[in-house]
Design a protein around this ligand. Structure first.
Ligand code: SF4
Ligand code: SF4
Length: 99
């Protein structure tokens, strides 16, 4: 049982993320995020917490994306441009056994 992570743990803490050089996720118009989108649903429908806010700027931590495909459907303003990451092999994890 000790191998199971607790809910409050960061699920990615033992995972090494190797990011692609460029993002496969782009915000089309950042002004819409800031000025029109009241609830900012991307910050909670994304299971990997790719989207967050720093002050008045939306941050897209694309290396966390697990390619669930929710982006194009979840944004009420169709303001996220999402493409498959380069490689075509899906998400790859490098699991670190010892902390
Ligand atoms: S849901 Fe869409 S419009 Fe709203 S903050 Fe996220 S990316 Fe921007
Ligand atoms: S595809 Fe899924 S995991 Fe990736 S950023 Fe969009 S909602 Fe998050």
């Amino acid at each position: 049982m000790s191998n199971f992570i607790k809910a409050e743990d960061n699920p990615l803490k033992n995972t090494i993320i190797k990011k692609a050089r460029s993002s496969h996720i782009e915000i089309v118009d950042r002004d819409i995020c800031l000025n029109k989108c009241e609830d900012k649903p991307c910050t909670f429908y994304c299971p990997s917490r790719v989207f967050s806010w720093e002050g008045e700027k939306i941050v897209v931590d694309y290396g966390r994306c697990v390619e669930c495909g929710a982006c194009p459907w979840g944004c009420p303003y169709e303001n996220i441009s999402w493409n498959f990451p380069p490689g075509g092999f899906g998400v790859k994890y490098f699991y670190k056994l010892n902390d």
